[in-house]
Write a protein that binds this ligand. Structure first.
Ligand SMILES: Nc1nc2c(c(=O)[nH]1)N[C@H]1C(S)=C(S)[C@@H](COP(=O)(O)O)O[C@H]1N2
Ligand SMILES: [Mo]
Length: 433
């Protein structure tokens, strides 16, 4: 009998893990925040908002139930309802229609839900329930025109291949006929130049640019044109937003709500992180998007909203895309600084300074606030010669230990001016303790 070495055991365990991931995921879980292993909800980390296009292995995932494996050989897309000529399309037939593409933000309606006060039940997304993809496929309009939509049509309902769990109703979401016939609403079969990944709806999903993710049905297999508004659970009870302002924590009568549709204007600060500044200067950076009205500017404040300065915008990838922005900042004297960003659009929409609470925790888009602490000039000019601030940030030392440490650094060659010593130790021992 032979025993496995630790290395062998580890190797087998890792092989098992990667096998499992290969089966379950197109997404590299190691880069994602797992909000729920099942049903699968993976969040993009904050640094994803510095990427112009979100790579597939960085793209958030939101599933209500299982992830179906669709077999293209047996798959087809049925289109019926109040149409003159119901249709069934294979992938080959779909691909023969004119191909079109756009870059667009997919954002979960419940993104940032974790920030609502009072708290709201549901997936506790921080910022990363959003991604910016290059979607390619055909116009939904082209398919609907082939079927001939009757004038009585009101809503277009989408049905995916995932199956309900327990006694829940099958997830079906509808969009207005107007949005369905909009030339930018797509039946997408590609993301970032690749066949749509399984997790993101292979073989076809609906892309409803400017609208929240709940309308972007994945694993599409049936499109039904209705002459009424679908009154299933997922339209009637879920994904609804109050028609008017409600008090935080209030219960809202369903009659006073409407379905979630458009996203609001929003910017996100990807860096720096909140906490002590780790360098003398920093590029404040992030992304900004809206409901499809072009983002025309992002203003940045470093003093809690008293003064605003325009950030530099990155490349314009189209009106549904997010736009990267950045702002170089060298802080003034020691102290606490509140960084904020505020996007505005061509239609005159401005990112709000206060968030409206709502019972579903949807459509969070308030100006982000990141509080950073700037050390005294003495600390910055002495310690940042050799360190970025991360080394100091990971220490938990008493004042006596910090005194010793500063002495040790002096022995290693750091130039610590005698008149700076006290203020450096004050800051270190008051901050990293
Ligand atoms: N068939 C189906 N489509 C779906 C969902 C789902 O659970 N099943 N989730 C929706 C929600 S709530 C969101 S936010 C997006 C997430 O898309 P992603 O997983 O590609 O990021 O898909 C939408 N489409
Ligand atoms: Mo969502």
């Amino acid at each position: 009998m032979s025993y496995l070495t630790r290395r062998q055991v580890l190797g087998i365990a890792l092989a098992g893990l990667s096998l499992k991931f290969a089966r379950a995921a197109d997404t590299d879980q190691s880069r994602m925040i797992v909000r729920s292993p099942f049903p699968t909800d993976f969040e993009m980390p904050l640094d994803g908002f510095t990427e112009a296009i979100t790579p597939i292995d960085h793209f958030f995932v939101r599933c209500h139930t299982n992830i179906p494996k669709v077999n293209l050989k047996t798959w087809s897309l049925k289109v019926d309802g109040v149409v003159n000529r119901p249709l069934t399309l294979t992938m080959d037939e779909l691909r023969k229609l004119p191909r079109t593409e756009l870059v667009g933000v997919l954002e979960c309606a419940g993104n940032n839900r974790a920030f609502y006060q009072p708290h709201v039940a549901g997936t506790q997304w921080s910022y990363g329930g959003a991604g910016n993809g290059r979607w390619a496929g055909v116009r939904l309009r082209d398919v609907l025109e082939e079927t001939g939509v009757k004038s009585s049509a009101k809503q277009v309902l989408f049905n995916g291949a995932d199956t309900p769990l327990g006694t829940m109703e099958h997830l079906r979401r509808g969009i207005t006929v107007e949005k369905a016939l909009h030339p930018d609403t797509l039946l997408a079969y590609e993301l970032n130049g690749q066949p749509l990944p399984v997790m993101h709806g292979f073989p076809v999903r609906i892309v409803v640019p400017g609208w929240a993710g709940d309308s972007w049905i994945k694993w599409l297999q049936h499109i039904e044109v209705l002459d009424h508004e679908h009154d299933g659970f997922w339209m009637k009870s879920a994904y609804r937003y109050p028609k008017s302002t409600v008090n935080p924590g209030a219960t809202v009568n369903p009659a006073d709500t409407v379905p979630v549709t458009s996203l609001g204007v929003k910017s996100v600060i990807a860096k720096p992180a909140a906490g002590p500044m780790t360098a003398n200067s920093v590029t404040i950076a992030g992304a900004a998007w809206s409901d499809g009205s072009p983002v025309t500017g992002v203003d940045v404040s470093t003093d809690g909203g008293q003064h605003w300065t325009s950030a530099t915008l990155g490349k314009d990838l189209g009106r549904y895309s997010w736009r990267l922005w950045e702002f170089d900042w060298t802080p003034g004297p020691e102290g606490q600084y509140m960084l904020m960003s505020r996007a505005h659009t061509a239609s005159g929409a401005v990112q709000p300074l206060e968030q409206q609470w709502n019972p579903g925790g949807y459509l969070w888009n308030v100006t982000p606030r990141v509080s950073v602490q700037v050390g005294p000039e003495s600390y910055r000019r002495t310690c940042f010669v050799c360190h970025d601030g991360h080394m100091m940030q990971t220490q938990r030392l008493t004042r006596a230990q910090w005194e010793k440490e500063v002495g040790k650094m002096g022995n290693w060659g750091a130039r610590v001016n005698p008149e700076d010593r006290e203020s450096i130790i004050d800051f270190l021992s008051g901050t990293f303790k």
